[in-house]
Design a protein around this ligand. Structure first.
Ligand code: SF4
Ligand code: SF4
Length: 333
């Protein structure tokens, strides 16, 4: 982190083309899944990519979701526009659609032809809960052929061996890890082995496999770095500028990026964002408890983001906070 750098200046900006995904992973920070419907329009993709030109290089853009290959023509268009604008770009995929060698090869080749893109392929027990590892392996093999080893990123490659150990032709439920390794070890494998962040679904779906703490344990943990100086952020299809990995939270509208950055440079922040920057989720918890009747659930929280998401989940039903977007995030745990 460089505290002297301007705020809201990520080095890796993701475009969430849609929250739609065939999967509904337990660790998803953006609560993506099959019920989401909307997509960014081609014009908005162009606008979002042009908006990033406000930042000085170097930065790169990744095209993501949800699963961006579910609307392949839009993904192709986005790579094309980024390339025309001279923005380094790569695409992400969960490989769930990789059901035939010809289809995979055609799509990767088409991508490769429109721009100097790289490909990130997701690989984890959470993805393997929906996606048979054979599809992940096919995506990796074809990407190595088309993009080459320098431009094929497997995240996280350390899980490749383990997900295959349960068989490659069918998905593996996460409970299988607890059955084979015991609950404590499975929790350690997931939380430490994947460096899970406790936001999004993970605190709820995987929190039973990790130690929990009371809200007070997070007192004094601010989100100054994550909300002002995150190296990784997203623009979504609804205009939300989502900092760091904070699904369901927006610092403002990326359509007004220069004004937003100017406001942040002048220390003008939306109400909840200001609380989180200056005091962190514990203060948000206090405000929610004092003014909005929030009651923390018994058992505590896995991490500060789990606390934050739980409080926000309550606040979104209590008042209209423009920072809590997209509101559908809060319907998709
Ligand atoms: S983590 Fe990725 S693959 Fe899983 S639901 Fe979220 S967007 Fe989809
Ligand atoms: S506590 Fe909330 S604002 Fe802070 S990093 Fe986690 S999700 Fe983001």
């Amino acid at each position: 982190m460089n505290r002297h750098a301007p705020p809201l200046h990520p080095s890796d900006l993701g475009l969430i083309l849609s929250y739609k995904c065939q999967c509904e992973c337990a660790h998803c920070l953006y609560n993506c899944g099959p019920t989401w419907r909307d997509w960014m329009s081609p014009e908005e993709v162009q606008e979002a990519l042009e908006a990033t030109l406000h930042w000085e290089q170097p930065y790169q853009v990744h095209l993501t979701g949800g699963e961006p290959f579910l609307k392949f023509s839009l993904l192709l268009h986005a790579v094309e526009i980024a390339t025309e604008l001279g923005i380094p770009v790569y695409a992400e995929t969960n490989a769930g659609w990789c059901v035939g060698e010809t289809l995979v090869e055609e799509r990767f080749t088409a991508l490769q032809e429109v721009g100097p893109s790289a490909l990130l392929i997701s690989c984890s027990p959470f993805h393997a809960e929906t996606i048979p590892p054979a599809r992940t392996l096919m995506a990796i093999r074809k990407s190595l052929e088309v993009f080459g080893p320098q431009r094929t990123i497997v995240y996280m490659s350390g899980w490749l061996e383990q997900i295959q150990a349960f068989g490659i032709d069918a998905p593996t439920p996460l409970e299988a890890y607890s059955q084979v390794f015991g609950r404590e070890e499975a929790g350690r494998m997931f939380w430490q082995g994947y460096s899970l962040i406790s936001g999004g679904r993970s605190g709820y779906r995987l929190g039973h496999l990790a130690p929990k703490r009371s809200p007070e344990a997070f007192q004094g943990q601010t989100c100054h770095r994550e909300l002002l100086y995150a190296h990784h952020s997203h623009f979504d299809l609804y205009g939300n500028f989502i900092p760091s990995f904070c699904g369901g939270l927006t610092v403002g509208n990326w359509h007004q990026l220069p004004q937003l950055i100017a406001d942040f440079q002048s220390n003008i922040f939306p109400e909840l964002i200001e609380i989180l920057i200056k005091a962190g989720p514990y203060r948000l918890y206090e405000v929610a408890k004092e003014s909005y009747n929030y009651q923390a659930p018994d058992g505590g929280f896995v991490g500060k983001c789990h606390l934050c998401v739980d409080v926000r989940r309550h606040l979104v039903g209590s008042a209209d906070f423009p920072e809590l977007r997209p509101v559908e995030f809060y319907d998709n745990f």
